[in-house]
Write a protein that binds this ligand. Structure first.
Ligand code: PLP
Length: 355
């Protein structure tokens, strides 16, 4: 290993690369990682010297707080390579700000912008060969933080580890996605952690999702916990409904995660002349629109899949199949967005940031 020092980050380069073992045409989402990771520890009330080093497992004491009390947060973002081999991020400030919001909600220390952004930039530069060009190809970036203090004492940890790992991905088609509208389970509640990208939110939604899978549905559409009458999110994505030619999506709240894809699609749709209404969307109006034929589309929105069209939904044991649409708004917006992200179309919004 060779050790160099740049911009205060210690860089320990791997002497070998795994890149030749990877089939970039057949990547299963989030399962392959690059040669390096970024790491910065928080101890004695301070962020310590950051390091980039070879990707490898690490040891933790069995009493480490994250295992017992779940102080764990993450982000999901992507980097793209253009036809001139330049690498671009998409609205990285949004992810950085949201990461620290999540940190505050979980009583974890905020990560300084310099550590987050410099770490991200230098890690991407080092593993740049892993970023492939072309529509749909991207580097999925997973910044995360865990409580590393020891002792089974139910208090916030004094020690934390912030890391960034990278996973090359290609665009994926989720196939037919049928969803079940939640009538009992909830993803989030007022006063809870639904607006934070906290690991526990995901753990808590696995069980209802497994039950939905067993009933023949790929995902759950979450409703508000108090009344189960308002449509809030689809699985781990924000959700849009198209009734006639209007797109509807719920306003973000304590229960609804402020997705970057969601806010981007709202702006894109408006710029394409599509009417967008941001307001609570009722289960009853969805059922009504499905019955009278005005419901045209439902789709999820998130960084991983970008846009994920839904083919039908079930509510109170009645299944409603959506019409098959030739030129869906979902695909129109997905095309537009991935073209901007992959720099195949001009970014008039100023969303893309060069590495
Ligand atoms: C991450 C996430 C989203 C999507 O956010 P993006 O910033 O668009 O990736 C939506 N809902 C939940 C619950 C999430 O965790």
């Amino acid at each position: 290993m060779s050790t160099t020092q740049t911009n205060k980050i210690e860089i320990i380069e791997s002497l070998t690369s795994k890149i030749k073992e990877v089939n970039f045409d057949n990547l299963s989402f989030g399962s392959v990682f690059t040669d390096h990771l970024f790491e910065c520890d928080f101890t004695n009330g301070e962020w310590q010297k950051p390091v980039i080093k070879p990707y490898a497992p690490f040891l933790l004491d069995p009493s480490t707080r994250v295992f017992h009390y779940g102080q764990a947060i993450f982000e999901g973002m992507k980097a793209y390579k253009d036809t001139d081999d330049a690498v671009w991020l998409f609205r990285p400030d949004e992810n950085y700000n949201r990461f620290n919001k999540s940190a505050v909600r979980m009583a974890m220390p905020e990560v300084p912008e310099e550590i987050f952004m410099n770490g991200l930039h230098q890690l991407l530069q080092l593993d740049e060969a892993w970023i492939k060009k072309g529509k749909g190809n991207a580097m999925y970036i997973r910044p995360f933080m865990i409580a590393t203090g020891t002792g089974v004492i139910a208090n916030p940890s004094n020690d934390y580890k912030f890391m960034i790992i990278l996973s090359p991905v290609t665009s994926y088609y989720s196939g037919d996605v049928k969803v079940l509208i939640a009538e009992h389970f909830s993803r989030a509640a007022n006063g809870g952690i639904g607006a934070a990208k906290a690991a526990g939110n995901y753990g808590a939604q696995f069980y209802p999702t497994v039950l939905a899978n067993a009933a023949g549905f790929q995902q759950v559409i979450w409703t508000d916990d108090a009344t189960h009458t308002k449509l809030e999110e689809a699985g781990t994505m924000n959700v849009f409904f198209r009734i006639n030619d209007t797109l509807l999506t719920a306003p973000v709240s304590e229960r609804i995660l402020d997705g970057v894809t969601r806010k981007t699609l709202i702006d894109l749709a408006k710029s394409e002349g599509i009417e967008v209404e941001i307001r609570p969307v009722l289960v009853s109006e969805l059922v009504e629109a499905a019955k009278n034929g005005t419901l045209k589309e439902i789709f999820g929105a998130g960084t991983a899949a970008v846009v994920s069209p839904i083919s039908g939904f079930s509510y109170q044991d009645v299944y409603f199949e959506l019409p098959k649409i030739e030129k869906s708004v979902a695909i129109q917006l997905k095309d537009k967005l991935t073209n901007i992200q992959n720099k195949l179309e001009k970014d008039t919004f100023g969303w893309t940031v060069k590495i």
